[in-house]
Write a protein that binds this ligand. Structure first.
Ligand code: ATP
Length: 352
């Protein structure tokens, strides 16, 4: 796969002096589904606007197919955007909305008709051409917005929180559909979201952002299983995070206990943070557990129980268990050495 977009040392300082992006370096390959994931204010939309050409970086460069497009007008980029509110024209019907960009470019009438038909087919809206926008559901409006954005065959599609207006059920359906559309079209999608589950479910690759910096990039599995710092571990999924110290290559100490762990490449003696995912912990009897805890609360969440427990050092543990236990009971907690993820202490402060 070839690289299609590159951001090199992109910094964005707004007029009021606020630095929204610090030093963004990223490479986007063609034909893949990417997510920019981060909390509100982390800089996701700013990156998207710089890629689209709606905003210029204060310094740094943007490349498209190897060409420097940092100062290229947005209309000349082979990149389209689907906005959060879809920005559809309410007084035009579906056909007119999708055809609009091509009509502005004075394309041949027959050609426009064919292109709109094809785009509506792609998003499963065959037969909807004459519908008014007000007669469509939220999910259908979302699809019209996508059809409008793909009708002139861009190489890259940017989607800014475009599922956030939909209810939960529809959102799940659209996640699946968007992924299918992306695969069918074979173009690059860059999707902005603050919803970690959504990013994990949809993406080939995720860039996790916080405070204007990329904290980690990688496949959903990499990011979930091997968070590089405290921020990523807390932001993606639930975690138990404890302070500790490396004892030797395969041994870590935390909560006054020593545990065998996978090799973390961290020197013995160094302070570390240890991440254990709640679903990697099993409740067992005290003899078979590696830790002894007392159950404080238990919630049934449909497919598992969420259990909060406390150990003798007053550390609170979050455990996902398929079986219920009893509040107030002392139980053992078991985990495998490879489920202990060890990070250098204070890694979240590191420069990226
Ligand atoms: P959200 O999920 O809330 O949309 P985001 O991650 O997309 O957030 P951005 O919209 O990129 O975040 O904003 C990043 C930071 O830059 C925010 O703190 C925001 O207040 C600030 N910002 C955005 N636009 C401007 C502007 N024109 N002038 C000053 N600061 C701005």
């Amino acid at each position: 796969m070839s690289d299609i977009i590159k951001l090199n040392h992109v910094r964005k300082e707004y007029d009021d002096g606020f630095v929204a992006l610090k030093d963004i370096n990223l490479t986007i390959e063609s034909g893949k589904f990417y997510s920019l994931l981060g909390p509100s204010g982390s800089g996701k939309t700013t990156i998207l606007r710089i890629i689209a050409g709606f905003s210029e970086p204060t310094s740094g460069k943007v490349f498209f197919d190897g060409d420097d497009i940092t100062n290229l007008d947005s209309s000349k980029r082979k990149i389209n955007t689907v906005f959060q509110n879809y920005a559809l024209f309410p007084h035009m019907n579906v056909f007119e909305n999708v055809a609009f960009g091509l009509q502005i470019k004075k394309k041949d009438k027959q050609e426009i008709k064919m292109a709109v038909k094809e785009a509506l087919h792609m998003v499963q809206l065959d037969g909807f051409a004459n519908r008014e926008i007000s007669e469509l559901s939220g999910g259908q409006q979302q699809r019209v917005a996508i059809a409008r954005a793909i009708v002139n065959q861009p190489k890259v599609l940017l989607l800014d929180e475009s599922l956030s207006a939909l209810d939960k059920r529809l959102r799940k359906d659209m996640q699946f559909e968007l992924r299918e559309i992306q695969k069918k079209l074979g173009i690059t999608f860059i999707f902005v979201t603050h919803d970690q589950e959504e990013a994990l479910a949809m993406s080939d690759e995720i860039f996790v952002l916080n405070e204007g910096k990329i904290q980690q990039s990688g496949s959903p599995v990499d990011i979930y299983d091997e968070p590089v710092n405290d921020f990523v571990a807390r932001f993606i999924g639930d975690s138990n995070i404890l302070s500790g110290r490396m004892i030797k290559d395969y041994e870590v100490e935390f909560g006054n206990h020593r545990f065998e762990c996978a090799d973390a490449g961290i020197k013995p003696g160094e302070k570390v943070e240890v991440v254990l995912r709640p679903e990697d912990l099993d409740i067992t009897d005290i003899e078979h557990g590696k830790l002894r805890v007392m159950v404080e609360s238990q919630l049934f969440l449909g497919d598992h129980f969420e259990i909060k427990a406390i150990d003798s050092d007053e550390n609170e543990w979050l455990i996902h268990s398929t079986n219920p236990t009893k509040i107030g009971k002392e139980v053992g907690v078991y985990f495998d050495p490879e489920d202990i993820h060890v990070m250098r202490f204070g890694e979240s402060e590191a420069e990226f």
